[in-house]
Design a protein around this ligand. Structure first.
Ligand code: GDP
Length: 197
């Protein structure tokens, strides 16, 4: 899919105030610092569209970006930021869960996982929560340029194995790097194929 336009539309904490209309929404989520903003910029080819920040986990906002006047990229707040207080974590959980479960336009959720780490409990729990609630989602491994082929592949296999213990069928998996553009065509083609259904 060719990206003809991509622009920021609105930020919200409440999914009921998200844009009206029934354009499909593709939401991106992951732990703070996983590389979400970089991936959104890489996919749209617009550097600086989503902010990349050196202070992880500051924002609690749901950000909508309109692409090609046809569909939205939705940038969800990062989860699992350990330094947050209990109250803020609870607020974050509420914002994320009400959007994912309540927003009918939410077509697919991309769960970003840092390929440098072995399976992390907070990511596994989140994916299991998605499964329990029948949320359509895919896994996107980020920062693959930072690892040698073998190490990256090992971590991905470890995730697959852990998920395979509880799941009969694994979700689609994408391997990406915002640095070298790996996975861009695959992700955009996947979104395109769903839009055309
Ligand atoms: P976010 O908090 O999930 O939005 O993460 P950011 O996109 O702000 O990225 C966090 C840090 O990881 C930044 O320093 C990025 O430059 C770096 N980063 C993100 N994606 C990649 C990638 O694909 N490769 C490399 N080498 N670094 C990345």
């Amino acid at each position: 899919m060719k990206i003809k336009s991509a622009e920021f539309v609105i930020s919200n904490t409440d999914f009921r105030k998200c844009p009206a209309g029934n354009r499909p929404e593709y939401a991106f989520i992951g732990r703070s610092n996983v590389g979400k903003s970089s991936l959104i910029n890489m996919l749209t080819g617009r550097n600086g569209l989503a902010k990349t920040s050196s202070t992880p986990g500051k924002t609690l906002l749901i950000n909508h970006f309109m692409v090609n006047n046809e569909w939205y990229i939705v940038d969800l707040p990062g989860y699992g930021y350990a330094r947050r207080g209990k109250e803020q974590r609870e607020q974050l959980r509420h914002i994320i869960q009400t959007y994912i479960l309540g927003r009918q336009q939410m077509t697919n959720l991309f769960v970003l996982v840092d390929s440098r780490h072995e399976p992390q409990a907070v990511d596994m729990e989140f994916m299991n929560w998605c499964g329990e609630h029948n949320v359509p989602f895919s896994i996107v491994f980020t920062k693959m340029d930072k690892l040698g082929r073998d190490a990256g592949q090992r971590n991905i296999e470890a995730y697959k194995q852990q998920l395979g213990e509880t799941w009969e069928e694994l979700p689609p998996i994408f391997i990406t790097s915002s640095q070298d553009g790996r996975g861009r065509d695959e992700l955009l083609d996947y979104i395109d194929s769903i839009n055309k259904q």
